[in-house]
Design a protein around this ligand. Sequence first.
Ligand code: CTP
Ligand code: MG
Length: 181
Amino acid sequence: MDILGVVATALWAMLPAYVPNNAAVLAGGGRPIDGGRTMGGRRVLGDGKTWRGTLAGTLAGTALALALSAVTPTVSDVVGYSLPRFPLLAGLGLAFGAMLGDIGASFVKRRSGRERGAAFPGLDQLDFVVGALLCAFVLAPSWFARTFTLPVVVAILLVTPLLHVVTNGIAYLLGLKNEPW
Ligand code: CTP
Ligand code: MG
């Protein structure tokens, strides 16, 4: 596959992991996962990680994966590359993993003294990628091995931070997010 095909596959395969965090921003609120509990004088996760946001994000990403699967043959024809379909467990792994990665990052941020909403360059852009890849690997190992070849993983690691910066900047300008990261 040529480089465009690798990038197209990387973006396509990660769509179910890109959407959950944005869905959580739109749907978030309500009871925080940590229930307000603290650890060493700081919140375990903070008010930015809620049950509702996590559930909404996971459902949105999984639903998107199923929808993408339905149009995979058509889109593959149009772009001229054979894009992957998403078995249910692959979609669920990507979506839930993205949420878990983001939650893990909040845990790390609180432990390092950063308040809710504080930036942590690097972690902010890749937390959900690492979570999504790990969870997809656990839930759908053979799909993972077929889909995430080394060039595809490299493309994901290079393109995702760029995309993340751009989409969060847009969400900030639209007033959907309090900070542009
Ligand atoms: N959100 C949520 N549940 C999640 C993730 C996000 O409800 N699991 C919602 C919250 O309303 C959150 C918003 O999406 O404020 C933006 O998400 P994010 O930037 O990840 O959270 P922050 O508020 O910046 O908090 P943190 O510093 O912990 O990342
Ligand atoms: Mg944030």
